[in-house]
Design a protein around this ligand. Structure first.
Ligand code: GDP
Length: 486
């Protein structure tokens, strides 16, 4: 029986404590409001300030987004100023400024890029537009009501993926050539290259005090393949606002991703049918994400690492030797505890080996262990829609586990445990085809790791160990120079 209070509470849960705005047509994007049916616990709630800023950003996206007069004028101005025609330069842009994100590489990389760019757009008062690439429109629902976040195909600058820090309009070029701040407003756009391998000058973007410099640029184009939120937390200009938005720093990705990223109905169908078939009826679910950077063929040292990690950390039960096994009896129906293991990976061999282990022998604890893997794509084919759909489904399935073991260095894994609000056991990246010792460790937080951080202190304007500047930005478990929020 539902009391009015219980109904109000359950509605609040569906909206993730006010993170999501009600009123979207539920049928067009089931995942938006149904995710909580699959993962009941809200791990962290949004602050009242974050909720206010999200509603303000939605209003901005509606006012400035594609299809509005403001967008048309801003796009025209961009087109004219590219042709050095000043005719439209004085036109009123309605106070709209834009951040065009070019996410690239694998899907995990792209999702981290989208969450990071969204936070930056919110902090800098820009409307976020996404270069959709081949598959993004088929993977994610629209996050903002009554508008679109997809960059219209007729956007005047083409071949966005081909832009690099070398172009004249790049932030790198502005800084290297000491261009005065006033000249920024005369450029058609400023391009920020935040590839994980970008240069020191590109990374000075992270020190940019928006009030001084970049706010003059009506169009900011950005290319990135990763999570750059930790670097924003190092910029003194944003510190107070970030403290109000995120009183707890360990769940920034969790909140941003659950606000922004909602799989389309097609992907949600893959997720829920797999979950209902293989995971729902278990007492406990363990996710094991296997990402191998040594090659796509099976490696014994990786299998050994998975087995050693799950055994040392008591995540999977030991098996009995044949001589130790009790005589086969008929157990009382439903008496044994069911443990489901969800494995993800490009290769099926690790999954088959672990499944065989638990088919061949009884467990020492009497638990029944079932092992499942949704796909084995063999090779990475990012950009192919069906391939990307499977990858997205598997990241969401990982997030629905009770615990996750993830491969170090993998953005796919970061998204899986980050969405679930799960602090993972990180398997260290093997060197020289050898199982690392120890094989894994419980991470310091559920946040993703930033792979290409700045090594520069914005305050004193010199090189620094950026993992030691503020208490909530530390080095990652899996990459000693990476940065993560804790
Ligand atoms: P990263 O390379 O591990 O940081 O993760 P990315 O997601 O950015 O790129 C890896 C890509 O390879 C994924 O997006 C998928 O296209 C593919 N891939 C890697 N591991 C898996 C997996 O376990 N399942 C599926 N379906 N695809 C995977």
């Amino acid at each position: 029986t539902y009391t009015p209070h219980a109904i109000a509470e359950s509605k609040k849960d569906v909206l993730l404590g006010g993170l999501l705005v009600p009123g979207f047509d539920e049928r067009t994007c089931r995942s938006r409001y149904d995710y909580t049916l699959y993962r009941k616990k809200t791990v962290r709630s949004p602050s009242a300030h974050l909720i206010n800023r999200l509603r303000a950003q939605e209003a901005l996206q509606r006012r400035c987004g594609p299809g509005t007069a403001a967008y048309r004028r801003a796009a025209e101005r961009l087109e004219y100023s590219r042709r050095n025609d000043t005719g439209a330069a004085a036109a009123d842009d309605g106070g709209c400024k834009y951040l065009v994100l070019v996410p690239y590489r694998g899907l995990g990389n792209r999702m981290l890029a989208m969450a990071s760019a969204f936070l930056y757009a919110m902090l800098s008062g820009r409307a976020l537009l996404i270069d959709r690439g081949e598959s993004l429109a088929d993977l994610f629902c629209e996050p903002f009501p009554e508008t679109t976040w997809l960059l219209p195909p007729e956007f005047p600058i083409k071949n966005l993926e081909g832009l690099t820090g070398e172009v004249q309009e790049s932030y790198r070029n502005l800084v290297q050539n000491h261009l005065p701040a006033a000249s920024v407003s005369e450029l058609p756009y400023v391009f920020v290259d935040l590839d994980h391998a970008c240069t020191h000058h590109d990374k000075l973007f992270y020190c940019d005090d928006d009030q001084q410099f970049l706010h003059r640029a009506p169009w900011l184009l950005m290319r990135t393949d990763g999570y750059f939120v930790p670097a924003i937390f190092l910029n003194p200009a944003y510190q107070d606002e970030l403290d109000r938005l995120f009183p707890r720093k360990d769940s920034v990705f969790y909140l941003l991703a659950h606000y922004l990223l909602h799989p389309t109905n097609k992907v949600w169908g893959l997720i829920t049918r797999f979950y209902d078939s293989y995971l729902k009826n278990s007492d406990e679910r363990l996710g094991i994400q296997v990402r191998v950077f040594d090659g796509d063929t099976p490696f014994k040292h990786i299998l050994d690492q998975i087995i050693s990690c799950t055994s040392r950390e008591h995540l999977l039960p030991e098996v009995l030797l044949p001589a130790q096994e009790p005589p086969l009896t008929t157990p009382a129906a439903g008496a044994a505890r069911l443990k489901a293991v969800l494995m993800t990976g490009l290769n099926p061999w690790y999954y088959e080996s672990i499944r065989w282990k638990y088919l061949q022998s009884a467990t020492a604890t009497g638990e029944v262990v079932s092992v499942h893997q949704p796909s084995h794509e063999e090779h990475q084919l990012s950009g192919n829609t069906t391939h990307d759909m499977k990858a997205l489904a598997e990241m969401y399935l990982l997030s629905m586990a009770d615990a996750v073991v993830a491969s170090g260095w993998s953005t796919f894994g970061y998204v899986g445990h980050g969405l679930g609000g799960l602090t993972p056991w990180v398997m260290f990246k093997p060197e020289n085809l050898t199982t690392p010792d120890p094989p894994c460790r419980r991470a310091i937080s559920m946040e993703p790791c930033m792979h290409g951080p700045p090594f520069y202190d914005c305050r004193v304007k010199r090189g620094a160990d950026t993992g030691k500047l503020v208490p909530h930005v530390r080095h990652c478990d899996d990459m000693s120079w990476g940065l993560k929020l804790v």
